[in-house]
Write a protein that binds this ligand. Structure first.
Ligand code: UD1
Ligand code: UDP
Length: 380
């Protein structure tokens, strides 16, 4: 069989963190020719990840604009990806998850009649506006894709409910694979402030919040809950790497910028980030990826959203959806900080997102798919 030409397309930080392990896996297997196209939907936060994984893109659409709109990301990516696909003629285009890069890249590939493989397929809240626009992005990407790599059995069942039953593979989540590159017991922090934060004797909370639906009032309420927690617990310290979105930074720096026990940092590279997470007491976040990573590291997660497409972590007992109201966040966080038995139960829960072998499984499934195809068989 001839080498399978794979074009992986991604553009934001979380896609890069979850696709780089797969890109590395494909690059080391002789059956594949691995090519990478980045959209640059995130510029600095994407490049940080590429550096850590030493991935050099073959194509860079460089589309990011300050305060970009969903429409401008979509049109830039559809056009750019369609051109790249026309140029390099891959056998398959891989996209990841639920960003606008993912959906628009899948559409651009579809317009070139090129099969799309969707990594991290089948996550759903069934609420089209939450998370926004991710729920719609991933639903539409499922319609466009021909291969679906679902992290969990539940994700595969969600696809089945939508009539997507062919070429669905349960693989685990590639985010767990990334830890092999990043987390080290003897890790030395490059940022001295971070080193001090993890070494201080109090309890450290790792905090992130950036979602579009949390911008404005919800993010202010989250910040107020953080201030209230600092008042209530004098041993509590926060590290908050603040997303580069100006709409996030304005609120966060205005509300939390002056507190001596709240360290606001630039976005951390993923090695610094994972190693802070491995050493913190608790994670509070509205991020998708952190809900998968923290359980693997045995850290309870308070989810600063009204719902989650990752109920596996909630069912496994590692995550709790606490919403975006100041008093409710305060109440739920206090319970974990006051009740060591409740804390231990969450910290010991099992991670449902895989064993660090998802990239290998995805590569195996693609190989089997193309072998069947070259034998004239319809599908797996
Ligand atoms: C995007 C994804 C979201 C994902 C998040 C991860 C969409 C619509 N949203 O949201 O699903 O959870 O990434 O972080 O796909 N910026 C920079 N430099 C960077 C990155 C961002 O300056 O490296 C600023 C720019 O002003 C940009 C703004 O942040 O316009 C927003 O970026 P954008 O990708 O549109 O939205 P995110 O909220 O990051
Ligand atoms: N992350 C990082 N540096 C940071 C904040 C997050 O490397 O300063 C990592 C985090 O560990 C996870 C991913 O970025 O792997 C999550 O990205 P984000 O929260 O931006 O997006 P989401 O997962 O919500 O789509």
């Amino acid at each position: 069989m001839k080498q399978i030409q794979v074009l992986s397309v991604f553009g934001t930080r979380p896609e890069a963190i979850k696709m780089c392990p797969l890109v590395k896996e494909l690059a080391q297997r002789p059956e594949f020719n691995s090519m990478v196209c980045v959209t640059g939907q995130h510029r600095q936060m994407l490049d940080q990840v590429l550096d850590i994984f030493s991935v050099r893109p073959d194509y860079d659409l460089n589309i990011m604009k300050e305060r970009q709109t969903l429409a401008s990301i979509t049109t830039g990516v559809v056009e750019g990806v369609a051109q790249v696909v026309e140029q390099c003629r891959p056998d398959i285009v891989l996209v990841h998850g639920d960003t606008t890069t993912s959906f628009a890249a899948a559409l651009g590939a579809f317009y070139q009649k090129t099969p799309v493989g969707h990594v991290e397929a089948g996550l759903r809240t069934y609420n089209r506006y939450s998370p926004f626009p991710e729920e719609m992005n991933r639903t539409l990407t499922s319609r466009l894709a021909e291969l679906h790599f679902a992290p969990t059995q539940r994700n595969a069942q969600a696809l089945e409910k939508e009539g997507i039953t062919q070429n669905v593979f349960v693989t685990g989540n590639t985010v767990i694979d990334a830890f092999a590159t990043t987390v080290r017991p003897d890790y030395m922090f490059r940022d001295p402030a971070l080193g001090r934060a993890v070494e201080q004797s109090g309890r450290l909370v790792l905090l992130t919040a950036h979602r579009r639906e949390n911008l404005g009032r919800p993010l202010e309420q989250i910040c107020d809950a953080v201030l209230a927690l600092c008042d209530k617990y004098p041993d509590l310290h926060f590290v908050y790497p603040v997303h580069l979105n100006p709409a996030v930074r304005e609120t966060v720096f205005a509300r939390l910028g002056q507190h001596p026990r709240i360290l606001l940092t630039q976005p951390l590279d993923v090695a610094e980030m994972h190693n802070v997470m491995a050493r913190c007491h608790l994670v509070m976040t509205d991020s998708g990826g952190l809900q998968e990573e923290a359980p693997h590291l045995g850290k309870p997660v308070l989810v600063l959203r009204t719902e989650t497409e990752r109920p596996e972590a909630v069912e496994a007992g590692t995550a709790l959806v606490v919403g975006v109201q100041t008093q409710e966040i305060l109440r739920q966080a206090s319970r974990l900080l006051d009740d060591s038995a409740a804390y231990e139960r969450m910290a010991q829960a099992k991670n449902p997102y895989g064993d660090g072998q998802a990239s290998r499984r995805i590569a195996d499934c693609m190989l089997a798919y193309f072998q069947h195809k070259s034998n004239g068989e319809e599908c797996l």
